[in-house]
Design a protein around this ligand. Structure first.
Ligand code: NAD
Length: 462
């Protein structure tokens, strides 16, 4: 492949290309990693937490300064509604502020071994962290992985998705403007082979992968070959579990938002709806009406629901709906393209009822605006259905009974449980990650600071 080879960035609302992205060669990936390694090793200033904190805060201010441009670019590259892109900018700023504040909070321990010994621990950076991210939240995602790694004293090389590279490239340029040393933030653009070359690079000491379980497994194998640690943040098939005593006026809008945000293309999308049979028909009818009332359109018009990111996502959702019908489920609302929107990759918010655990739609991620509804008879069945999934990322529990809420939260095999809500704005401060096929390791909050540093013990005989 020649050094000058490029591919187009495409607007999902029009299917029109609007920019060119470089498909990096192995040699170019090597140069980016070496630059990161050299910057991390040679910058004495970068070893001071206050230096890193100040740089991350300056980057936060630059992201704010360019917020509207970044939101427009994100909207164009991913198809997401403008209000969601603006919210992503705000969350990005919050990540940078949080991790700027965390730089000087990585304290060690003193371990008592007796009067003749001083023993203490320090947390040290890995060196160069390779960070492979998906296309659904490129701006938030580069910040979520790069900010704590930089705060911990590492250099990063980020590999954005081939479907959405624009805001990560801008982020890296702004990082230099913020005074982060040249080379400390590298971006390697291109398709999967570029990610594979990055993971295989001998100077990469730590890998984070955010994406599908299938690719995550390949990346984990490659990391095992090199004995390099890897954080895996993978997919989900997350349930909202609605008990009969829940406040349905709160349930319905939250269930709708948990699905349609980012057109269902969130790892944490609430894509299963488990409802007690006493309120099942009412909940399903109200969610269905809310779906039918959604405004669907290009992200720039700030609709409730934008297009999905690419033809392959639309094809996947359509194929999975065909399978659901063939397996005996009912497509109660949606299922097709909204009228007059054939120009982009649109799918109406879709509610499928009568979905049973044996069906593909119950088990596999669609990554589109498709909600699978299933009734349950009692608490035990609710927990059994919620856990009957290869994934274990997030769950929402809806009940007014505090004891039930805690019991169910304790029994769910997921990394994050929300009671009487589904998600908090940004969730920057709280640990995030999965169980089972949703991956391992935890990002966000202080947990990410621990992931991006390693413990050294120093034992001094007096
Ligand atoms: P994907 O696995 O296809 O791609 C993710 C990234 O991996 C891309 O940058 C891609 O170019 C790269 N890649 C592909 N092959 C590679 C290889 N062999 N080696 C190294 N890198 C390679 O995922 P996607 O379609 O971009 O994203 C959707 C998936 O991401 C969904 O499953 C979703 O649930 C998941 N996701 C998870 C989280 C989370 O935090 N848990 C967040 C967002 C998305």
């Amino acid at each position: 492949m020649s050094a000058a080879e490029t591919f187009p960035a495409v607007d999902p609302a029009t299917r029109e290309p609007f920019a060119e992205v470089v498909e990096m060669t192995v040699e170019q990936v090597d140069a980016v990693v070496r630059a990161a390694r050299d910057a991390q090793r040679s910058s004495r200033e970068w070893r001071f937490p206050v230096t890193r904190a100040a740089a991350l805060l300056r980057l936060a201010r630059l992201i704010e300064r360019d917020g509207e441009q970044l939101a427009d670019l994100e909207c164009r590259d991913t198809g997401k509604p403008l209000a969601q892109a603006r919210a992503d900018v705000a969350v990005t700023v919050r990540y940078l502020e949080f991790y700027a504040g965390a730089c000087d909070k990585l304290e060690g321990r003193s371990i008592p071994l007796g009067p003749d010994v001083v023993d203490y621990t320090v947390r040290e950076p890995w060196g160069v962290c390779a960070q492979i991210i998906p296309w659904n939240y490129p701006l938030q995602m580069i910040t979520r992985v790069a900010a704590p790694a930089l705060a911990g004293g590492n250099a990063v090389v980020v590999k954005p998705s081939e479907l959405a590279s624009q805001t990560p490239l801008r982020w890296a340029a702004l990082a230099v403007e913020a005074g982060i040393p040249e080379g400390m933030v590298g971006v390697a653009t291109g398709h999967g082979a570029v990610g594979a070359a990055l993971v295989d690079h001998p100077d990469v000491a730590h890998v984070t992968f955010v994406g599908s379980a299938a690719t995550g497994s390949r990346v984990a194998h490659a990391c095992a070959e090199r004995l390099v640690p890897v954080e895996l943040e993978l997919g989900g098939k997350s349930p909202n579990v609605v008990f009969a005593d829940a406040d349905l006026d709160r349930v319905v809008p939250a269930v709708v938002k948990a699905l349609i945000q980012n057109a269902g293309q969130s790892c944490s999308a609430g894509s299963r709806l488990l409802v007690h049979r006493d309120v099942h028909n009412e909940v399903v009818a109200r969610v269905g009406r809310a779906f039918a009332d959604l405004r669907v359109g290009p992200g720039a018009e700030d609709p409730d629901l934008g297009p999905v990111v690419a033809q392959q996502q639309l094809d996947r959702a359509t194929r999975m709906l065909d399978t659901a019908r063939a397996e005996g489920a009912t497509v109660a609302v949606g299922g097709g393209a909204p009228a007059g929107r054939e120009d982009g990759w649109y799918l109406d918010a879709t509610l499928v009822t009568g979905v049973t655990p044996a069906m593909e739609l119950f088990r596999e991620e669609v990554f589109g605006p498709v909600l699978a509804a299933t009734p349950f008879a009692d608490d035990d069945e609710a927990v059994a259905l919620a856990n009957d999934s290869p994934y274990g990322l997030v769950a929402g529990v809806w009940t007014r009974d505090l004891s039930r809420a805690h019991r169910v939260a304790g029994a769910l095999q997921v990394g994050q449980v929300f009671v009487n809500s589904y998600g908090v704005a940004g969730g920057v401060e709280i640990p995030f990650g999965g169980m089972k096929r949703s991956g391992y390791g935890r990002g966000k909050g202080m947990d990410a600071m621990y992931a991006y540093t390693q413990v050294k013990n120093v034992c001094v005989a007096l």
